[in-house]
Design a protein around this ligand. Structure first.
Ligand code: KG4
Ligand code: ZN
Length: 340
């Protein structure tokens, strides 16, 4: 089964062809990062315009690189939410246009389901599995079943993990997107230098909270600057990262213990984080469960993950029609209920 995936939910215009939900035949990503960098974040209107300029070219490239024509495809999958509304609309409109022109089946994919599917590429997973989703907009622990259906165990009450990384990066003067930069500096800093809070770690729930941690970093920096003390950015990054990672690892390990599911997939941009990869792998080894991280280039937004998720859906008989819409906010349960 050859599925074309299209992803335009934020600042990457991406298209990919995936074979049988496992093998990437092509993968094109046109990043707008340099366009948005000077604004310190993604400007939604600018993102939409860039997607309009790029989407058809990216799709053509994905087919060319895969060495396939439209006739060899079996379906089209597109991110239909959540994300920036205007940006999503570009991908959804393009996908509907292609589906109408070619007669190929169309499926709208929830962006988070896509991130989870990235960890399923090239691996045989044991379902039901647990998914730790850590992206710019989400921090959740989910159960994923054989039909690729999701149920939520818990999630963040305020900031997402990636959001906290980006905000702390700003506080220490690192440019957007800050997450990967904090990760790099954390590797050479002292994680014990600052005692930042491990929010909700004791609470017997799968909920997270990262805004207090971000405020603790801000307060500490202000206090030290007012006193004229030197701030070692590497130490701030390492201590902050340690606080985030400890909570993520602890709650995930607890979910394994309580549910009995022995496989964890980690999904979303923060799945690229070296500190998290190391600490969760060590915990998995110690506790005896399996953990799968997507390859680094598949952790952030891409279309191969959308094509892979789309393949699960098409196999399950899911089809969406030309009423498919874009949804800025979108729960997994509404998506699963077909409210697309
Ligand atoms: O999943 P994603 O592409 O966006 C959403 O779908 O929301 O993730 C982007 C987020 C950003 O907040 C970025 O700073 C963070 O993932 N990120 C990282 C790393 N790489 C990306 N955070 C920590 N460490 C990293 N290595
Ligand atoms: Zn994403």
């Amino acid at each position: 089964m050859n599925v074309l995936g299209i992803e335009t939910s934020c600042d990457e215009t991406a298209a990919a062809v995936v074979v049988d939900g496992r093998t990437i035949a092509s993968q094109i990503i046109a990043s707008q990062i340099h366009t948005h960098e000077r604004f310190g974040g993604v400007v939604p209107e600018v993102a939409s315009r860039k997607h309009v300029e790029t989407v058809t070219w990216v799709v053509d490239q994905a087919l060319t690189e895969a060495g396939m024509t439209w006739k060899e495809l079996d379906g089209i999958a597109v991110t239909c939410g959540p994300g920036l509304l205007g940006a999503l609309l570009v991908g959804v409109s393009a996908a509907k246009g292609y589906a109408l022109a070619t007669g190929l089946p169309l499926v709208g994919v929830h962006h988070i389901a896509g991130h989870v599917a990235a960890a399923c590429l090239n691996t045989d997973l044991q379902f039901p599995a647990l998914a730790l989703v850590v992206s710019g907009g989400h921090t959740e622990i989910l159960v994923v079943d054989e039909q690729f259906r999701f149920s939520k165990l818990g999630g963040t009450k305020d900031d997402a993990a990636g959001e906290a990384y980006d905000k702390v990066a700003r506080l220490v003067g690192l440019s957007y997107p800050g997450g990967p930069k904090v990760d790099r500096l954390a590797a050479v800093g002292n994680p014990e230098a600052y005692a930042f809070p491990r929010s909700l770690i004791e609470e017997d729930s799968y909920d997270f909270s990262f805004s207090g941690l971000k405020s603790a970093v801000a307060n500490e920096l202000t206090k030290r600057r007012n006193r004229g003390e030197e701030i070692v950015v590497e130490d701030v990054c390492a201590s902050f990262q340690q606080a985030v990672v400890e909570v993520l690892v602890e709650k995930t390990a607890r979910a394994v213990k309580h549910t009995g599911y022995q496989t964890v997939v980690v999904a979303g941009g923060v799945a690229a984080n070296q500190g998290l990869r190391r600490a969760l792998s060590e915990r998995a080894n110690a506790d005896g469960f399996a953990v799968h991280f997507p390859p680094l280039q598949l952790c952030t937004d891409n279309a191969a993950m959308i094509a892979a998720a789309g393949t699960f859906l098409l196999r399950a008989g899911v089809r969406h029609n030309l009423w498919l819409n874009a949804h800025a906010t979108f729960s997994l349960s509404d998506w699963q209920a077909g409210k697309v």
